[in-house]
Design a protein around this ligand. Structure first.
Ligand SMILES: Cc1ncc(COP(=O)(O)O)c(C=O)c1O
Length: 338
C-alpha cells in the first residue's frame, strides 16, 4: 500500500526505537522523568520560549491552551477550516464551555484581518468576552499553506491592540520553517502559546508539545492533569520525540519535493490542484465531480490510499517512507480512474 492519507501514519525510525528502549525514565507527574525534562527543554529552546510541556496529542495541546486562557462563556476566534474547529470534537465547548467565533479561512489559510477585527466583541453585557485568536500554520485543509510571517505579525499587532492572546496550532510548523528557510523560533515568536506535533512528518509514534511563558506552562500542566494527560514514565515516548527534533526536521524538504512531483503529475493528468503546494499536503479534485467513496475504493484496490475532504476534494500527504518512486506509482494508479 502507498499510504498518502496523512503524515500521521509514519512509523518510528530505528533510531527512535533504540532511544525508546534505552531512555532513562521517572515519574513525570512528579517532574522526575529526565527524558521528558530533556525533551521539554529542547523544545523550549528550539522554539525560543521559556518553557514547554509534553502532551499526548496535538488535540490536547490546543485544548489545554484554550482552557488556560478562556473561562466559561468566553469566546475564541478561529478559522472555519481550522483543525481545532473541525476535527477536535468540539473540545473547547464540550470541556471548557468556550464559545467559538468562526471566521472564514481564505484559500491561503489566513483569515482576513478586517474579519478578525469585526469578530472581536465590544465590552457589553450581552456578549461573550473575546479572549483569544487561534491560527494554524501550516494550514492543513488549505493544502499545507504557510501563513506569511508578515501576516502573523499583523495578527499579533491586532491581538495586542485588543488585549487578546494569540495561540498557534503549529502541528506542522516544522514544515513551514523548512520551506521558508526560517528558524522554528522565528515562526513561533509572535505566538503567546503554540502547540507543535512530533507524530506527523517527524515520525515519532506519539506526542506534541505546548510552548509559552513559564507561567503559562505552569497553568498548562494543571490543565493537562485535569484532562488526564499527566503521564508517568513518559520518557519512553519523549525519547522518540528527542530524535524527532534533532534528526528529522531537515528531511521534510524531501516530502515537499515529493508533494510538488505529485501535484505536477496530477495536473498533467487533468486533476485540479489547490495551488500553490508549499509543503507536504496536496489537495486535489477530479476534473468532473464523481462519488468520493467510489474513487477512493478504486484507488485502494490498486494499492493507493488518500483521504477525502468532502465536496469532491481529496488530500494526499507525503511523509517519511514515501519515495519519488511511490509518487510515480501513485500517479499511475490515479491515471486509471480518469
Ligand atoms: C493542523 C493540525 N492540528 C492538530 C492536529 C491534532 O493532532 P493529534 O492528531 O495529535 O491530536 C492535527 C492532526 O492531524 C493537525 O493536522
Amino acid at each position: 500500500m502507498i499510504d498518502l492519507r496523512s503524515d500521521t501514519v509514519t512509523q518510528p525510525t530505528p533510531a527512535m526505537r533504540r532511544a525508546m528502549a534505552e531512555a532513562p525514565v521517572g515519574d513525570d507527574v512528579y517532574g522526575e522523568d529526565p527524558t521528558v525534562n530533556r525533551l521539554e527543554a529542547l523544545a523550549a529552546e528550539r522554539l525560543g520560549k521559556e518553557a514547554a510541556l509534553f502532551v499526548p496529542s496535538g488535540t490536547m495541546g490546543n485544548l489545554i491552551s484554550l482552557l488556560v486562557v478562556c473561562g466559561r462563556g468566553d469566546e475564541y476566534i478561529v478559522g472555519d477550516n481550522q483543525h481545532t474547529y473541525i476535527y477536535e470534537a468540539g473540545g473547547a465547548s464540550a470541556v471548557g464551555s468556550i464559545h467559538p467565533r468562526v471566521v472564514p479561512n481564505l484559500p491561503d489559510g489566513t483569515m482576513a484581518l478586517q474579519a478578525i477585527e469585526a469578530a472581536i466583541r465590544p465590552d457589553n453585557v450581552h456578549f461573550p468576552r473575546t479572549r483569544l485568536i487561534a491560527l494554524e500554520n501550516t494550514h492543513n485543509r488549505m493544502g499545507g499553506r504557510i501563513l506569511p510571517p508578515e501576516y502573523v505579525a499583523q495578527v499579533r499587532a491586532l491581538a495586542d491592540r485588543h488585549g487578546l492572546w494569540l495561540h498557534g496550532d503549529g502541528a506542522r510548523l516544522w514544515n513551514a520553517a523548512v520551506a521558508l528557510g526560517a528558524s522554528p523560533a522565528e515562526l513561533a515568536a509572535p505566538f503567546d502559546s503554540l502547540s507543535v506535533c512530533l507524530s506527523k512528518g517527524l515520525a515519532a509514534p506519539v506526542g506534541s508539545l505546548v510552548v509559552g511563558s513559564r507561567d503559562f506552562i505552569a497553568e498548562a500542566r494543571r490543565a493537562r492533569k485535569v484532562l488526564g494527560g499527566g503521564m508517568r514514565q513518559a520518557g519512553i515516548l519523549a525519547a522518540a520525540g528527542i530524535v524527532a527534533l534533532t534528526e528529522m526536521i531537515p528531511r521534510l524538504a524531501e516530502d515537499h519535493a515529493n508533494a510538488q512531483r505529485l501535484a505536477d503529475g496530477l495536473e498533467a493528468l487533468g486533476y485540479r490542484v489547490h495551488r500553490p503546494v508549499e509543503t507536504n499536503i496536496v489537495v486535489f479534485e477530479l476534473p468532473e465531480p464523481r462519488p468520493e467513496d467510489r474513487m477512493m475504493s478504486a484507488w485502494r484496490e490498486q494499492g493507493l490510499l488518500v483521504s477525502s475532504f468532502g465536496g469532491g476534494r481529496f488530500r494526499a500527504v507525503t511523509h517519511n517512507g514515501i519515495e519519488p518512486s511511490h509518487v510515480e506509482q501513485a500517479l499511475r494508479v490515479l491515471a486509471t480512474t480518469l
